[in-house]
Design a protein. Structure first.
Length: 400
């Protein structure tokens, strides 16, 4: 039997497992191919929904489903988490101590938002990156916030969903406007970048909107620590920003299993070929989504398109082919700009994001995606995704 083991049952890992289960349904039934998905527990979170929990008061339970209900027949689910991968021996050891041998392994272990990586951050701030429970604490804090300075801060990069801090600032502005208390709240946006968004073309659109909505930009602020008692966030240069409410994007790192397996960089991101998604020096191993060190958006769309590319490559490899699919770097991150408008940040490795005006249609598309997400990671809506994204990966012959 040829066995593929996928680590991480999030957006990328779940889709990949389902695509392989569909592709190899006969071989799986015959016992010629095995697809095993190693996750942590049985909860699957639709992470973009954290913003709705934090700023619209959605029920945290509404963004979570059972992973087992999302998997196609033929996927063997393991819920105890992976402790370590021995890439030489090709064996995964689970946290429970079981050994799972494989022919191909795929790391889809995501990124961890970890406030513990910055002194004072855990005590002094709230965030919507760790999960829906933490996001719900923002909604609770907003209910009692009568006035003062609300700060949205990017403490370090990279982090999941680059537009999400901008969205948080716009959604805060909208929240206070709808409450009728906007006049008594100062909103500050603290960022290490020189502008509101890393890509200049997008920033050119965001900057005037910040000015119009009265969101004050604090650029070039490389956060160092938070003094929770004094309610101040400090930069490495010793500057500080006072706050009454601090909503901070925590520093992110790769999953612990990456470090334990000795393949990540200092922060636990996995070096891969940015087109084939193969782990450097390990042609039988792949990494997709947030787990990699590729300098593009850590986003669900990227994880989705890379999962499709790797599913294509594995289908060829398991059947003895000599080709591999190459992902073209397509990104597509929606950014809500408040008051029912959104824009998309989209590009590829070869084309920078375009300047785009926020529209109601983009907002509707973003909102609607929440309901089709669960189907997309089961392989549904692929015709729509293909029509929208075009060819995002193509097979290429491997060098001899
Ligand atoms: C607030 C917010 C808003 C966002 N908005 C958008 C958006 O609008 N559009 C968009 O495209 N993306 C958005 N994203 C980003 C998107 O959710 C992630 O980029 C996407 O989920 C990445 O998919 P992934 O499969 O790489 O990782 P994840 O979906 O995070 O999955 C990783 C999985 O690996 C598991 N894991 C970790 N370690 C182990 C281990 N040792 N053993 C087994 N399993 C392990 C984790 O439990 C997790 O389930 C947003 C994220 C946040 C936080």
């Amino acid at each position: 039997m040829k066995k593929v083991v996928i680590l991480g049952a999030g957006s990328g890992g779940t889709l990949l497992a389902n695509l392989l289960a569909h592709e190899f349904r006969r071989e799986i039934e015959d016992g010629a191919v095995g697809v095993q998905l190693v996750g942590e527990g049985d909860d699957h979170v639709f992470q973009p929904g954290n913003l709705d929990v934090a700023f619209r008061g959605s029920d945290p339970a509404s963004v979570v489903r059972r992973e087992s209900s999302l998997l196609k027949k033929g996927v063997l689910q393991v819920t105890e988490g992976a402790a370590k991968v021995d890439l030489e021996q090709r064996v995964v050891t689970t946290r429970g101590g079981s050994k799972i041998p494989y022919d191909h392994v795929v790391f889809a272990t995501g990124a961890v938002a970890d406030p513990g990586l910055m002194p004072g951050l855990r005590e002094g701030s709230l965030n919507f990156h760790e999960g829906p429970a933490e996001a719900a604490r923002i909604w609770a804090a907003l209910q009692g916030f009568e006035g003062g300075t609300a700060v949205v801060a990017i403490t370090r990069v990279p982090h999941k969903c680059p537009p999400s801090p901008n969205e948080a600032a716009f959604m805060l502005d909208e929240f206070f406007r709808r409450r009728g208390t906007r006049g008594s709240v100062k909103i500050k946006f603290v960022t290490p970048y020189p502008r509101p968004y890393p890509a200049e073309q997008v920033s050119d659109v965001i900057q005037p909107l910040f000015e119009k909505r009265g969101i004050e930009l604090v650029p070039f602020f490389a956060a160092d620590h938070v003094d929770a008692k004094a309610k101040k966030i400090y930069s490495m240069e010793g500057e500080s920003v006072d706050y009454d409410l601090l909503i901070a994007v925590p520093p992110h790192r790769g999953a612990e299993v990456v470090r334990a397996s000795g393949i990540g960089d200092e922060e636990g991101w996995i070096p891969v070929d940015s087109r084939t998604m193969k782990v450097r020096d390990h042609p039988e191993a792949y990494a997709i989504g947030d787990a990699t060190s590729i300098p593009i958006s850590k986003s669900g769309v990227v994880a989705h398109l890379q999962a499709e590319a790797v599913a294509g490559s594995l289908a060829l490899e398991l059947r003895g082919g000599r080709e591999v699919f190459e992902y073209n770097g397509r990104i597509n991150c929606p950014m809500e700009t408040g008051l029912r408008r959104a824009l998309f940040v989209s590009g590829t490795y070869d084309s920078a994001p375009r300047r785009e005006r926020p529209t109601l249609l983009r907002y509707a598309m973003k909102r609607e995606f929440a309901s089709i997400y669960w189907s997309t990671i089961q392989g549904g809506w692929s015709w729509l995704m293909d029509a929208y994204f075009g060819e995002t990966s193509e097979p290429h012959e491997l060098p001899a």
